[in-house]
Design a protein around this ligand. Structure first.
Ligand code: 8YV
Length: 316
């Protein structure tokens, strides 16, 4: 910082209230809606030197171009697929995210979704509430989790945390990454279709973005097969969503547990009527403790930037 004048920043899209309040104590905050007309920004907002944004809103090139003094983007998420990283790099804008602090909660949700899906927990809950059980209805028998071959697609921080949780119950844990992970005790399967064929469950834990788009396609779902289950806590775009809906509708796979979708908050209509699907409104990191830890990490990065110190968690 060059002087002690209050630093203007932009809060882009809705933010978590605790974060909003903490930002307001440090900076002059200009709220800009995610769908705002960027040509109509006030001169004060255009003077912003930092921008804070939710993962689902990110920072497209247009908002960076609309803020000529922008130096730093503090992202309230680990995934930065909605930030135009190349554009930020070209403009010398630094970007931070919130890794590690959310790993355990996202992994917990993945495991919860696995059990909920395989054990028909959401459908059975609906059955009890509807009074069908009391009227003598018999829930269908379900599959089991214990002994299953769990395929982790993307053995990064979150993938490993999921694997650790499932070690005591899995028949085997295998993973598919571009390259084997040096210190991982699990079996690496280099070919995506082989990986799907050898898995009973695929848990999608890879990071999103263009390279991962449509990684799980119709061929992979068919390789997983009619007893197979897909869990996704990563990004909706990693799965070809149309192919997934069709495979579920045609029972070419057994079920899916989904926390993320291509066009959030909109979920493909067909999924809403399927009992073999468990749906969550993108809740991976949404615990009181983790959302606070994420906000604190955004703030710590901004404080470091404002003090001219090294950023804590810069996006690589
Ligand atoms: C967030 C997430 O809920 O961190 C991520 O990448 O997907 C979630 O933790 C969401 O993006 C909020 O910013």
């Amino acid at each position: 910082m060059t002087d002690n004048a209050p630093v203007p920043i932009v809060a882009y899209g809705p933010l978590y209230p605790y974060l909003n309040e903490a930002l307001a104590r440090r900076f002059v905050v200009h709220a800009v809606a995610a769908d705002a007309d960027l040509n109509a920004l006030s001169p004060d907002a255009r003077a912003a030197r930092a921008l804070v944004s939710f993962g689902s809103v990110g920072a497209p090139a247009a908002i960076m171009d609309a803020l000529p003094k922008l130096e730093m983007i503090g992202l309230f998420s680990v995934g930065y697929d909605k930030v135009d990283i190349d554009h930020a790099r070209a403009k010398g804008i630094r970007v931070t995210n919130t890794p590690d602090v959310l790993t355990d909660d996202v992994a917990d949700l993945a495991v919860g979704l696995l059990y909920a899906t395989v054990r028909h927990m959401a459908a059975n809950d609906r059955m009890v509430r509807a009074g069908d059980w009391a009227r003598g209805g018999k829930p269908a028998l379900c599959g089991r989790v214990t002994g299953k071959r769990i395929g982790i697609l993307g053995l990064g921080r979150i993938g490993r945390a999921i694997a650790r949780r499932l070690e005591p119950v899995a028949g085997e844990i295998l993973y598919h990454n571009r390259r084997p992970v040096a210190d991982a005790a699990y079996r690496h399967v280099a070919d995506a279709l082989d990986f799907a064929r050898q898995s009973d469950v695929i848990i999608v834990a890879t990071s999103g973005g263009p390279e991962a788009r449509g990684l799980v396609d119709a061929a992979m779902l068919d390789a997983l097969g009619p007893e197979g289950v897909v869990i996704n806590i990563s990004r909706g775009s990693v799965i070809d969503e149309d192919a997934l809906v069709t495979a579920l509708a045609e029972r070419r796979i057994a079920g899916a547990g989904l926390d993320v979708f291509v066009n959030e908050p909109h979920v493909p209509e067909a999924l809403l009527a399927m009992d073999h699907v468990v749906l969550q409104p993108h809740q991976g990191s949404a615990t009181v403790e983790t959302r606070k830890a994420m906000a604190d990490l955004v703030l710590a990065n901004l404080d470091a930037w404002a003090a001219g110190e090294p950023l804590l968690t810069p996006v690589p």
